[in-house]
Design a protein around this ligand. Structure first.
Ligand code: HEM
Length: 415
């Protein structure tokens, strides 16, 4: 990220896509530019902030996540509350555009008697494919902001699902921000700088390590159970499937929401220590895949289609009746698919058990929340994986479409 001009600091490198490889921007107080050392930083072209759809959904999944949900705390008359939220969203838009491009938050950064507009910890860092994606929760459309008529019909708090052990402190929220980057400090900086305004943070989640393959070029990563994850995920470059299962189309009852999508997040705690004591064969039977190769237990290699009817010599199903991939598969769930874009997390130690408070922060993008509800109703009731996981947080948000230069996230909601 480029520091604001006039700030006295050493020269620093900026993203190749922004101003050309090896270029330097030097603060006014620094008279000499440093020589480029191209091995210091890995350069990524910035991800375009503008487009038909928001970035951070179809974007090849970055390695780090900071996700936060906020409640709106605007006060005053309805008109004042609406204006305050509209202005905040406009400010967020300009700030997100700047940060995505590797620029400082617009505003006063050099006035000695004013807190700097930008908190500063990302100066000198490449944006590392930063994307900032926003969404609105069901409560955003209640009468506090007079947005009742703008609520997409399908947007509602998820009803309790089988096996839920939700903590309301880690659930819900009026507005969410998902910041993804290959640099954790850049992602943190993005949420920290946006989350100032007429909102209070309700919960947040840091994610390290993507747990999904989201484009055809990416390697399949592993989740904290040690298994490859994302093998049969939707590929975001598979446009017909994205249109069918992820992007909201013309059929939406809300014109502002076309080209948007729903995101469902679930904080899923993994009982890692129990898992780690389990035999390899049992672990594989729980998932339905080979732990190392990622191949389905019916044979072949990672990308071989599972044969859910295959039986072994004893006549038993090779992919067990309660295996995760059987129950989650489109072949057994009525044809549903979703775009999974989750991250591994650990939040230190669970004091009650002395074990890691770790797991999967599940993020699923979909055209209708009912896709998740149907899937999780089945998984929560019968998945062999349930012995090793607990769903402890839940939220759903409607993510608006992308923007054209000059537009704001408030655009079609408040005008
Ligand atoms: C901690 C919890 C979870 C773990 C460790 C986990 C792990 C996995 C693994 C290892 C695979 C196989 C590789 C792949 O195709 O991606 C998989 C597949 C899948 N998972 Fe999960 N998963 C979890 C939760 C969920 C949840 C909550 C959902 C949705 C409600 C879900 C939906 C799916 C789907 C749709 C597939 C693809 C199945 C197929 O078509 O073969 N998973 N998961």
């Amino acid at each position: 990220m480029r520091a604001p001009s006039g700030v006295s600091r050493r020269g620093f490198l900026v993203g190749a896509g922004a101003v050309g490889a090896g270029a330097f921007v030097v603060g006014a107080g620094a008279a000499h530019a440093l020589e480029a050392n191209s091995t210091d930083l890995v350069h990524h072209p910035p991800v375009d902030f503008y487009g038909q759809r928001q970035a951070g959904i179809a974007t090849a999944q970055q390695d780090r996540l900071v996700f936060a949900a906020f409640d709106v705390v605007a006060v005053g008359s309805l008109a004042q509350r609406r204006a305050a939220v509209r202005d905040m969203l406009a400010t967020w838009t300009r700030a997100a555009e700047a940060m995505t491009n590797g620029d400082a938050i617009p505003g006063l950064n050099n006035a000695p008697l004013t807190p700097p507009a930008d908190t500063g910890e990302a100066f000198g860092l490449d944006p590392a494919r930063l994307t900032i994606t926003v969404g609105y929760g069901p409560a955003f459309f209640d009468n506090r902001l007079g947005l009742e008529s703008k609520r997409p019909t399908d947007l509602a708090v998820l009803a309790p699902l089988p096996g839920d052990e939700l903590d309301s402190a880690n659930s819900g929220g009026d507005v969410c921000i998902q910041a993804c980057s290959d640099d954790p400090q850049v992602a943190f900086h993005a949420v920290r700088n946006l989350g100032r305004g007429i909102v209070v943070m309700r919960w947040s989640q840091l994610g390290f390590g993507r747990t999904s393959q989201t484009t055809s070029e990416q390697q399949t990563p592993r989740n904290l159970l040690g298994f490859k994850d994302g093998t049969r995920n939707i590929r975001s470059d598979d446009h017909p499937t994205m249109d069918e299962f992820v992007w909201v189309g013309d059929d939406s009852d809300q014109s502002w929401f076309r080209d948007g999508t729903y995101v469902v997040t679930r904080r899923i705690r993994m009982l890692i220590e129990a898992w780690d004591r389990d035999f390899l064969q049992d672990q594989q039977d729980v998932i339905g895949r080979d732990k190392y190769a990622g191949a389905p237990l019916s044979g072949g290699s990672e990308f071989t289609a599972p044969n859910f009817d295959a039986k072994d010599a004893a006549g038993d199903l090779q992919i067990a009746a309660d295996a995760h991939i059987r129950l989650a598969s489109r072949e057994h769930n009525g044809g549903i698919q979703i775009l999974r874009r989750g991250y591994s997390f650990t939040d230190g130690t669970d004091r009650a058990t002395g074990q890691f408070d770790a797991g999967l922060f599940f993020i699923g993008y979909m055209r209708r929340p009912e896709q998740f509800i149907k899937l999780q109703s089945k998984l929560g009731a019968s998945d062999a994986l349930n012995e090793y996981i607990k769903h402890v947080g839940s939220a759903v948000f409607a993510c608006p479409p992308g923007l054209k230069p000059g537009q704001s996230w408030a655009e079609n909601l408040f005008t």
